[in-house]
Design a protein around this ligand. Sequence first.
Ligand SMILES: O=c1ccn([C@@H]2O[C@H](COP(=O)(O)O)[C@@H](O)[C@H]2O)c(=O)[nH]1
Length: 232
Amino acid sequence: MSHKIIVPLDVPTLEDAKTLVEKLPQVSFWKVGLELFVSTGADILQYLKDRDKKIFLDLKFHDIPNTVAGACRSALIYEVDLLTLHATAGRKALEAAVAAVKDAKKPPQLLAISLLTSIDSRSLAFDLKVPLELPEYALNMAMLAKESGLNGAVCSPQEVSKLREVCGQDFTLVCPGIRPSWSVKGDQSRIATPKDAITQGASYLVIGRPITAADKPAEAWERICQEIDDEG
Ligand SMILES: O=c1ccn([C@@H]2O[C@H](COP(=O)(O)O)[C@@H](O)[C@H]2O)c(=O)[nH]1
């Protein structure tokens, strides 16, 4: 199951990123997000490719259709495996993104952020003024992504079972908000353990600080892999 774990390189410099990759040679799938990409650009992508790693480029595009399509087209040069945009960019932006990558030689899987895992029901209702219950809203955004032709969605492990049931087996569901029982929640709201997320139907787990902030990241990785593989 270790191939289902994606570890984010949430660090500020290329050197920090390389150090983390070297500390965890057993990780085959890395996520590059806003912090690292904004600070150091694309160099890390070539570094990962040179080491045969899979890449999730998590830049969460959120803009008008023309701009989202342009960003997706520009990202094609990196030949990454997964690429994100926000479902709240709307149907036309999602469709434009799909059209922008469809004829590429090696298109990434396009994933829509359904609802950030840091948002809880209270914030959705009172800050964002969304009148739907949170599970219904997350499902609605995932369905919008599917109808628009995206390959999958990023969702919390608390909603993944329903999304799997409705969106089907071929829809890629990537879950951040993963917290082993021995780790701290931090800024995440809608969390579950790695084992529960896999059991509920996640295609991939994104697990950051429980591994990367551990005193011994390789031991934390090993412990998580064992917990996932444990029977019962
Ligand atoms: O809804 C979302 C979408 C993306 N993320 C990203 O996943 C990791 C989680 O890291 P942890 O340290 O395990 O909390 C991080 O890079 C986020 O940008 C998310 O958490 N929730």
